[in-house]
Design a binder for this molecule. Structure first.
Ligand SMILES: Cc1cc2nc3c(=O)[nH]c(=O)nc-3n(C[C@H](O)[C@H](O)[C@H](O)COP(=O)(O)OP(=O)(O)OC[C@H]3O[C@@H](n4cnc5c(N)ncnc54)[C@H](O)[C@@H]3O)c2cc1C
Length: 502
């Protein structure tokens, strides 16, 4: 080791959970360092919409919506499979406290975000209960904050800088970082954590790698691992059977490869839910990457047989899970018509240039459905029958096969004018097909933690000094994605509880 430094709290990673923990720790007077692998802060969280599923808070009350801890408890009770009830209760109890604590600081400010929850279950709030940080102007932030926040996905992938107004996840990371630096927190970038430092059975720091050699960063109170999942690690994905592909994940290139989770495992931590991710259909890009896509306004998704297999308007994680059910669904083809001038009738982050897609073959175009079928290599009679049947459902307003349009989520993004807003016929030539792969917003299996964010061993005892949150920890929601903001909301709550314990 060439260097040793010591803080009260060492936070590994810089997503929404990590920065919440860091900000609260520094605010409580603890000397705190954020150790980030790349040159920029925020990871996938900075790409995100910044929606936070933090039920029952003062923000929902201000907005006058029918949200409460009780209804959130009922909702989770209806949808979670075999949850840890103590952790679920800790989440529910602490979410409103956390929002109040954050909003007590001038750096943080949230508003309700209308966005339906992902299951029609008791306790669901119509149009959702998620909140998001309000926008912030770059000019109103210290220069260092603006320069450290990872740009939005479409600009980051293109090698461009961030916008003048930071919204969603950009705002979340910027606001937390602003508060953290103001409280005297330290940020160390380009410092990948490679291992944990032990004193007996207690974690007392992390080992990290610099170009000059390894360094040790010591933690007097504890280490919080909140450094994403392992979505960017092909070997670990294969080992744990995570569907999808490293090339198709939404995590920024070179970020989340799971070393901090493996480091915990190496000292005896239990792990769980390792085959699971926050999934979504991914519009394939010309470079082979995937783009998180949601909110299909028209068109239909077909498999290699030219057949539909699910309600295309399902919440994206649920659609992604449908894709993962059978190999002939990856890739799928999204068939759409010209009613939006040759653009994809959906929200894809990023969409890419239609002309480049057509040149690369990730999109094809034809004057007839049969011609389209030939270009994408699916049986023409099958695709023609599928589209005809779908168009029939659009005329009657009833999707007899998959119930598209039956749920409030289905119609939230769709602006159709027929008898069913979510069912718009595919009739206007020329026709297009866009290739879709299975993407993810991160894996959600990792270190097993308790209701205080402490990392547990297989026998249920905790490892002193080690805490985990975000996608580095096994999700409190298990394999379920309750609603918009569940990744960030749960990450923030358990990071906060971890810091409180420290
Ligand atoms: C377009 C888009 C929109 C989304 N919208 C939402 C939304 O509105 N609400 C929501 O809740 N979720 C949303 N998500 C999902 C959500 O952003 C992620 O699942 C979540 O932010 C992951 O948080 P994290 O802290 O686990 O990882 P990240 O935010 O990816 O942060 C991990 C950080 O840790 C660093 N790191 C990794 N390994 C190491 C190491 N060894 N040493 C040091 N640092 C390391 C990485 O470089 C990275 O900066 C969205 C995702 C995308 C792509």
């Amino acid at each position: 080791m060439t260097e040793a430094r010591e803080y009260d709290v060492v936070v590994v990673g810089s997503g929404g959970g990590a920065m919440t923990g860091a900000f609260l720790a520094a605010g409580a007077g603890l000397s705190t360092v954020v150790v980030e692998k790349t040159s920029l802060l925020g990871g996938t969280s900075a790409y995100s919409g910044g929606a936070c599923w933090l039920p029952g808070s003062q923000v929902q009350q201000r907005a006058g919506i029918a949200d409460s801890t009780e209804s959130a408890r009922e909702y989770l009770g209806a949808i979670l499979v075999d949850p840890d009830p103590v952790k679920v209760e800790a989440f529910l109890t602490h979410a409103p406290e956390l929002v109040a604590e954050l909003e007590a600081d001038p750096a943080l400010d949230f508003e309700w975000l209308p966005f339906p929850e992902y299951y029609a279950a008791p306790g669901r709030v119509s149009f959702g209960r998620s909140i998001q940080p309000t926008n912030v102007k770059r000019a109103d932030l210290p220069e260092r904050v603006g320069s450290l926040v990872r740009p939005p996905v479409e600009r980051d992938r293109a090698g461009e800088g961030g916008r003048n107004t930071l919204s969603g996840g950009q705002s979340l990371i910027a606001r937390l970082l602003d508060g953290f630096l103001r409280e005297g927190g330290t940020v160390l970038t380009e410092l990948p954590v490679t291992g944990l430092v032990l004193d007996g059975d207690r974690v007392v720091g992390v080992a990290a790698m610099t170009p000059e050699g390894p360094v040790e960063i010591r933690a007097r109170r504890g280490v919080l691992v909140a450094a994403g999942g392992f979505e960017g690690n092909a070997a670990l994905r294969a080992e744990h059977g995570v569907p999808g592909d490293v090339a198709w994940t939404m995590a920024p290139a070179g970020t989340n490869t799971g070393e901090p989770i493996e480091a915990g495992k190496a000292i005896g931590a239990a792990t769980d839910y390792r085959g699971v991710g926050w999934f979504c259909p991914g519009l394939e890009q010309v470079d082979g990457g995937g783009s998180f896509t949601l909110g299909f306004r028209s068109g239909l998704m077909v498999d290699a047989h030219g057949e539909r297999y699910a309600n295309e308007a399902l919440p994206y994680d649920r659609f992604g899970r449908e894709m993962a059910q059978a190999p002939e669904r990856i890739p799928s083809w999204f068939v759409f018509d010209s009613r939006e001038g040759g653009r994809l009738p959906a929200i894809a982050m990023p969409e890419g240039d239609p002309a480049e897609h057509l040149a690369a073959g990730t999109w094809v175009q034809a004057d007839t459905i049969e011609g389209l079928a030939e270009k994408i290599g699916v049986p023409a009679d099958s695709l023609a029958a599928t589209v005809a049947r779908f168009n029939g459902f659009c005329a009657t307003g009833v999707d007899e096969d998959f119930g598209r349009g039956d749920d409030e989520y289905d119609t939230f993004f769709a602006g159709g004018t027929g008898p069913n807003q979510a069912l718009t016929p595919c009739t206007e030539a020329p026709f297009y097909a866009a290739r879709f792969v299975l993407s993810d917003l991160g894996t959600k299996g990792g270190l097993v933690t308790d209701e205080r964010g402490r990392v547990l061993r297989q026998d249920g005892t905790h490892i002193p000094g080690l805490y985990a949150a975000s996608n580095s920890a096994a999700s409190v929601f298990g394999g379920v994605y309750p609603g918009p903001g569940a990744p960030l909301g749960s990450a923030m709550v358990f990071a906060s509880l971890a810091v409180r314990d420290m």
